[in-house]
Ligand binder design. Structure first.
Ligand SMILES: NC(=O)c1ccc[n+]([C@@H]2O[C@H](COP(=O)([O-])OP(=O)(O)OC[C@H]3O[C@@H](n4cnc5c(N)ncnc54)[C@H](OP(=O)(O)O)[C@@H]3O)[C@@H](O)[C@H]2O)c1
Length: 322
């Protein structure tokens, strides 16, 4: 099949594209070109902007399916939740209709719903409505938080845990709950949604095999990255009221290119990010991978606050052949 993937250069796209190529499909990645995509046989890269709709119809020409992976979790400039997640999806739908693409697969998020108190989830819900009303053979996957090389959530958490402190700061009471799913498993579900005709008109919620609290995830990452101890003392979780963290989150959101947490993310902690424990087995017929056994990639997160010091130390220990 010829599959056009908007947002194919992003985190999930970097796991879906190789899987579809391996399965013999022809892939067209569509984006604004802000992130590099490695050229390879069967893959082409085309400009398209979901905010303006520019380039989408041409990019979808001849495609058998469109997978829409474009969304933002943090608003910046013209990239707002409304312009990208909501209106952007409407532009993808319109372009797919005009280009005559039969199938549209939308990656949405667990918790997407009509409550505007949560702007990200509200905009994801609005995007879903455009897809449902499209008249195309649509499939919607709603995912819990996704882990794997290149992720945002777990890598950022690992950076926060890397900060030298005798305790581990946990926003809220630590009971916010998630069902982390591996990016490769999300890619397998997306592939089924693209190629299996009987999935048209269905919404699937997907999550990994474990439902874990934020505190459990924090402790697991601390253990996996060797950050359980501060000197001779085991680091203890300290729960901070999100209202106390909020001013810092607002500042980071304004000043940092990659803040450790945004105000919207703090707000969403009250919404359980889980589905049924067997969601992937029951709907897609395979056992998803657990977070605990697969977080080795977090050991040396890219761009962590002291990465230069860290690299210097690594070079001193292993100077290499030169
Ligand atoms: N990551 C998670 O934990 C998670 C959980 C649940 C659901 N989801 C959903 O999964 C999907 C993929 O997420 P992700 O984590 O892979 O996101 P990501 O890494 O941020 O990738 C987003 C992609 O969108 C493209 N993009 C951004 N603005 C665009 C625009 N105006 N026009 C065209 N392309 C644009 C980006 O490429 P350029 O910058 O080059 O344009 C990038 O390829 C999203 O719909 C998200 O809501 C993710």
């Amino acid at each position: 099949m010829r599959v056009a993937i908007t947002g194919g250069s992003g985190f999930v796209g970097s796991h879906l594209v190789p899987l579809l190529l391996e399965s013999g499909h022809e892939i067209r990645v569509i984006g604004r070109g802000a992130r590099p995509v490695t050229q390879q046989p069967g893959l082409s890269v085309t400009f398209g902007d979901v905010v303006t709709g520019e380039g989408l119809e041409e990019a979808f020409h001849d495609a058998d399916a469109v997978v829409n992976l474009v969304a933002i979790i943090r608003a910046k400039g013209v990239q707002t939740f409304a312009s990208v997640n909501s209106q952007g999806t409407a532009h993808v739908v319109k372009a797919a209709q005009q280009a005559g693409v039969p199938r549209l697969v939308q990656l949405s998020a667990i918790g997407a719903g009509p409550d505007p108190t949560f702007p990200y989830l509200f905009s994801k819900w609005q995007g879903e409505q455009s897809v449902r009303d499209s008249g195309l053979d649509w499939v919607i996957l709603r995912s819990s938080v996704i882990f794997g090389p290149g992720d945002g959530f777990f890598t950022t958490l690992a950076k926060a845990i890397s900060l030298p402190a005798p305790f581990l700061v946990i926003p809220g009471d630590g009971t916010a709950v998630f069902q982390p799913i591996a990016a490769d498993d999300v890619a397998r579900c997306l592939r089924s949604a693209v190629i299996e005709p009987q999935r048209a008109g269905h919404v699937y919620e997907i999550g990994g095999p474990e439902q874990l609290t934020l505190e459990q995830i924090t402790l697991a990452i601390a253990a996996a990255t060797g950050k359980e101890w501060f000197g001779i003392a085991r680091r203890k979780p300290v729960h901070l009221d999100p209202r106390l963290i909020r001013p810092g989150a607002i500042l980071m959101d304004k000043l940092m290119p990659n803040p450790l947490v945004t105000p919207q993310q703090l707000d969403m902690l009250v919404k359980p990010n889980v589905t049924t424990a067997d969601s992937v087995v029951a709907n897609f017929g395979f056992e998803p991978q657990s977070l605990g056994a697969n977080i080795g990639y977090l050991k040396r997160p890219k761009h962590w606050p002291f990465s230069l010091l860290d690299q210097g130390k690594a070079r001193a220990q292993n100077p290499g052949p030169n």
